[in-house]
Each structure stands twice: as structure tokens, then as C-alpha cells.
Write a protein that binds this ligand. Structure first.
Ligand SMILES: Cc1cc2nc3c(=O)[nH]c(=O)nc-3n(C[C@H](O)[C@H](O)[C@H](O)COP(=O)(O)O)c2cc1C
Length: 187
């Protein structure tokens, strides 16, 4: 297969999330692709530009929320990524709710909400990378099946420049397909 060398830029895919933070007592919501899992410990990271409105809120309170929007929220999600709370009040876009564990707004309309307490942060080329210990997780009841999160009901959004995509079809089973393949190699 012929390979073409491209610019040194990440193009995705990345899961699309909305970060929630209170800034001066008002909820602000920001679209983020730079979010991920650190290990099997309950810790997530997000990377926020220093100049964002939300960044000040995360620093001020020591908490942020990671909210997973469904595909039907794509327009509002992109809106949160093109306007800043510095100039537009985004607090009325969603219905916020809070957990007693920490001061960050979570978005009722998003099927999954994860409240994180900042345990470490690191500056990185104009961004602040926040590592957050997960202190509370909420799931909309209608996205559960037999007590487990049903990915198809959540229908999360992936971003891969320049588009958003929804989940699509199930194509395999974690920790099973690889074992089946391993078995097939031994026979
Ligand atoms: C698809 C998409 C992904 C984005 N990912 C990030 C990101 O990972 N980190 C970041 O700091 N900003 C990211 N942004 C930009 C912010 O969401 C945007 O500048 C936002 O208006 C900042 O809002 P605030 O000033 O209210 O915090 C992204 C924007 C879009 C549209």
C-alpha cells in the first residue's frame, strides 16, 4: 500500500465531549476533542486552551464535568465549540445538575455525565492539561439495558476533521474477537 506523508497534525478520530465548568457562578460548556482515559484507574484528562472561558472555571473550582452528547445534540455541541462564554452566555443552552461531590455543572440532556476532580495539571503549548479523578458518574435511565450502558442508545458522536459522525453498527465484541482470532491461529 502506497503511503502519502501528511502534515504533522492530529486529524482524529476523537470522541466528542462537552466539558462543563462553572465560571463566576454560571455554567459554561465547551466542545472538546482532547479528552481521554489515562489508565484503568478512574482518571480522565482534558486539554483546554489557556484563553478559553471554561479554563478559568476549572482552575477556580478544581472540578470539571465530561458530558457525552448523543448525535441529536450535534448542532448545540458544535455551537459550544465556536462561541466563547467570554462573549456569549451559554448557561441557558442545557439544563445543568450538580453532585454534592464537586462544583461543576453536568448536562441533563447528555446521556453520560462524569464529574472529575482535578488532581494534577500540566501546561502544554498554550493549553492546560487537566487530569481529573472521576468522583461521580451518571447515566440517563433510558440508556441502560440490564443495568449496563447501552452504546447504541447513547449514540455518541465521533469527530474526524472536518465532520462529525454517529456511532454506526456494532462490528465486534471486546476481549472476544481477539481471542477467537487467537484460537483460529492455533488450529
Ligand atoms: C470539534 C471541536 C473540538 C474542539 N476541541 C477542543 C479541545 O480539545 N480543546 C480546546 O481547548 N478547545 C477545543 N475546541 C475549541 C473550543 O470548544 C472553543 O474555542 C470554545 O468556544 C471555547 O469556549 P469557552 O471560551 O466558553 O470555554 C474545539 C472546538 C470544536 C468545534
Amino acid at each position: 500500500m502506497k503511503k502519502i506523508k501528511m502534515q504533522n497534525r492530529p486529524s482524529g478520530p476523537f470522541p466528542t465531549i462537552l466539558v462543563g465548568a462553572d465560571v463566576n457562578g454560571r455554567p459554561d460548556y465547551t466542545t472538546v476533542g482532547a479528552c481521554g482515559v489515562v489508565s484503568m484507574e478512574p482518571v480522565l484528562y482534558i486539554s483546554l486552551k489557556d484563553t478559553h472561558h471554561s479554563t478559568g472555571g476549572v482552575k477556580e473550582n478544581g472540578y470539571f464535568s465530561v458530558n457525552i452528547p448523543s448525535a441529536d445534540l450535534v448542532q448545540k455541541t458544535d455551537f459550544c465549540g465556536v462561541v466563547s462564554g467570554k462573549t456569549v452566555d451559554k448557561s441557558g443552552l442545557f439544563t445543568p445538575f450538580y453532585d454534592e461531590q464537586g462544583k461543576a455543572p453536568m448536562i441533563s440532556e447528555c446521556p453520560i455525565n462524569i464529574l472529575c476532580k482535578v488532581i494534577q495539571s500540566m501546561p502544554m503549548s498554550g493549553f492546560e492539561m487537566f487530569f481529573g479523578e472521576i468522583v461521580a458518574v451518571y447515566v440517563s435511565e433510558d440508556c441502560l439495558k440490564d443495568g449496563q450502558i447501552d452504546p447504541e442508545k447513547v449514540n455518541p458522536v465521533m469527530m474526524m476533521y472536518p465532520y462529525y459522525f454517529e456511532l454506526g453498527q456494532k462490528i465486534g465484541t471486546i476481549y472476544q474477537d481477539g481471542l477467537n482470532y487467537k484460537k483460529s491461529l492455533n488450529t
